[in-house]
Design a protein around this ligand. Structure first.
Ligand code: UD1
Length: 366
């Protein structure tokens, strides 16, 4: 049996790692082991996702927690290098673009442990985003790069990456959604919140560029309060956002709006239950841009760029600013509800199987 470390670290990656964990656990050649770096640690940011996605207790918990970028990245490198030296895995799979991704890739590749990047090739072109630096660095050093969409292959080719290192496996987040679809459909969170199908927007914002500074956050809060006069909003807020709202004294303004509900982070099944029936989603999340494209729900992304252009070209995504948001919301409301679209290639719930087969070839398993 080959020991495969799957690096789980932060909320968006639990949904990427879970389908691959289950696919590998079913083989007779791989023993998947979850490594949790502890980048996210609140119950609602971590344990609730393990429970929903039926993941076992991590084999290793590094407990690194929050900090500056260097503290967090360095802390994960030091802790994970020790794990690799004491109990060397046969292969490491890192996912996404968070600080723990690049940290574990650096620690593993320097010990000459084969390292695979799940969700490789995404590029926003915006080097002020910490995730863009993590993507560039991770793709530069990993041995095998699994792309979620063909634009990922194009980005890697433009970066001069040898095509032999790249394999298009598809979007694994969609596997998680399909794996949990029955529970998501059976959940009642939307009704419990008093929301009618297609009569509300779901809001999530957590990028430092949107929520850390008082001026931008104030523009966003004012705009959301205005939008909520015409359309009920449910804002599921990341701890970073809640902390910033408190720090800048803006939480009361949101809570005073009659048709706006401000919530703590929700577990996966409950959250996706609210997403799937929304009229639209307003977000700066990467994963939600993809999930809305898959579900055919209009997505207004509060960012100047996206590393997921396929969600604009082939999907339902549109880039907006706080200044345009009101008009963009009206545009969506005035357009007919989108009939389900053809999702991009390999966004089909079968990505974990393709990744498993690719890994088997990569590791020369007979
Ligand atoms: C990280 C990722 C980002 C991803 C996001 C999803 C990086 C550089 N950023 O950003 O790409 O979209 O996760 O959530 O890796 N906090 C808690 N409890 C937690 C986790 C965080 O209270 O369980 C608070 C802490 O105050 C912490 C802050 O949130 O300082 C930010 O957490 P951090 O992991 O540094 O970055 P995210 O903003 O979550």
């Amino acid at each position: 049996m080959l020991t495969i470390h799957l690096i789980a670290a932060a909320r968006p990656n639990f949904m990427k790692v879970a389908p691959l964990y289950h696919a590998l656990a079913d083989t007779d050649w791989a023993e998947p082991v979850i490594v949790h770096t502890g980048q996210h640690y609140d119950f609602n940011m971590s344990d609730a996702f393990f429970r929903d996605l039926r993941l076992p207790e991590p084999g290793y918990h590094l407990g690194v927690g929050s900090g500056t970028h260097a503290e967090q990245t360095g802390g994960v490198m030091i802790a994970y290098e020790k794990v690799c030296i004491d109990n060397r895995p046969d292969c490491v799979v890192v996912a996404g673009d968070v600080n723990s991704t690049v940290a574990c890739a650096l620690a593993a590749t320097k010990l000459h442990i084969p390292c695979v990047h799940l969700e490789a090739g995404l590029r926003s072109g915006d080097r002020t985003m910490p995730e863009e630096i993590n993507r560039l660095a991770t793709d530069a050093i990993c041995d095998l790069l699994w792309t979620p969409s063909l634009d990922g292959n194009e980005h890697l080719q433009a970066n001069g990456v040898n095509a032999e290192r790249v394999e298009f496996v598809g979007n694994i987040m969609i596997d998680s959604f399909e794996m949990m679809r029955e529970q998501i459909d059976a959940d009642t969170t939307r009704q419990d919140l008093g929301l009618s199908e297609r009569r509300y927007a779901l809001v999530t914002l957590h990028r430092p560029s949107n929520v850390d500074g008082a001026d931008t956050l104030s523009d966003i809060v004012t705009t959301l309060v205005n939008v909520s006069e015409n359309l009920p909003l449910v804002m599921v807020a990341h701890p970073r956002t809640l902390a910033s709202l408190e720090r800048h004294g803006m939480r009361a303004q949101l809570e005073a709006a009659k048709q706006l509900q401000l919530l703590e982070p929700l577990p996966y099944i409950r959250f996706m239950n609210v997403v799937k029936d929304a009229r639209m989603v307003i977000t700066d999340s990467g994963g939600l841009q993809e999930e809305t494209t898959y579900l055919g729900i209009p997505c207004l992304t509060m960012r100047p760029n996206t590393e997921r252009p396929t969600t604009i070209v082939d999907g339902t995504n549109r880039l907006v600013t706080p200044a345009t948001l009101g008009a963009d919301v009206d545009d969506v409301l005035n357009a007919p509800v989108i009939e389900r679209r053809q999702p991009p290639q390999y966004w089909d719930g079968q990505t974990a199987g393709r990744a498993r087969d690719s890994l088997k070839r990569f590791l020369n398993v007979r």
